[in-house]
Design a binder for this molecule. Structure first.
Ligand SMILES: [Ca+2]
Ligand SMILES: [Ca+2]
Length: 243
């Protein structure tokens, strides 16, 4: 009996110790603890339950030459959408120019709303697009993008671009996101409450691109370029909110 108590005591001590190391976003007192700090230290990502993190990895650059974005991870909780990505340092020089980065969100998980379908992602039904910079031209900058919603292009308007038809809701610098980078990695926290159309669904899909000179040089998710899919389009990444 004594032995059992001793084992139970050790087990409970271990549970306490594990709990402390676990970076648990829901401590016992119910207070919200941000699971990811936007500080350019990416070790906090390793502490998340990988089953709850959506991830996408680029196909090889032989399969798809738009290859500057190599991997992305997304973790969404009730307050934030956290994004982590890695880029190819040989293609992206943070210190030499401004580096645009876009986030595309099908925030209602509804294929009948939004647009940008089959432009960069298969059937994306994108409702919201964020456009900002990772670099100010000399160093990493905090990503604080403008936010736009998709508007159906007017078929009677000769100047309308059916592939790029956005209406800006928030200007750059509104505080919708914060970001920090180091070497070839970057992390972003997007304030969920600032999503501009209704509320962001618990399940949504998302895609990303990194640009140079306003041309996409990396897109995720992506797929191999084939005869049937010359542009190497893939569906956007599905994210399920952790509650
Ligand atoms: Ca961090
Ligand atoms: Ca949609």
């Amino acid at each position: 009996m004594k032995k059992i108590f001793a084992l139970l005591a050790i087990a409970s001590m271990m549970a306490v110790a594990c709990g402390k190391d676990n970076n648990d976003p829901k401590p016992d007192n119910g207070e919200y603890v941000k699971p990811i700090e936007i500080d350019g230290d990416f070790s906090d990502w390793a502490k998340l339950d990988s089953k709850k993190v959506a991830a996408s990895y680029a196909v090889s650059d032989e399969e798809n030459p738009i290859s500057a974005l190599t991997s992305v991870k997304v973790y969404a909780d009730a307050q934030y959408v956290f994004i982590y990505f890695k880029f190819d340092k040989d293609q992206i020089e943070i210190g030499s120019e401004e580096v645009p980065f876009h986030i595309y969100i099908n925030g209602d998980n509804d294929e009948s709303t939004g647009g940008f379908d089959n432009v960069q992602y298969k059937g994306s039904s994108t409702d919201v697009m964020m456009e900002g910079f990772l670099s100010d031209g000399t160093d990493f900058a905090s990503y604080d993008p403008s936010v736009s919603i998709w508007v159906e292009p007017d078929p009677n308007d000769k100047d309308a671009n059916p592939e790029w038809s956005w209406s800006q809701i928030l200007p750059m610098g509104s505080g919708v996101c914060t970001g920090a980078g180091k070497d070839n990695e970057y992390e972003i926290a997007f304030v969920r409450e600032m999503y501009p159309v209704d509320t962001l669904s618990d399940e949504f899909t998302i895609g990303f691109d990194i640009q140079l000179g306003w041309e996409s040089v990396g897109i995720l998710p992506n797929a191999a370029c084939t005869a049937d899919n010359a542009s190497g389009l893939a569906p956007m990444l599905k994210v399920v909110t952790v509650k």
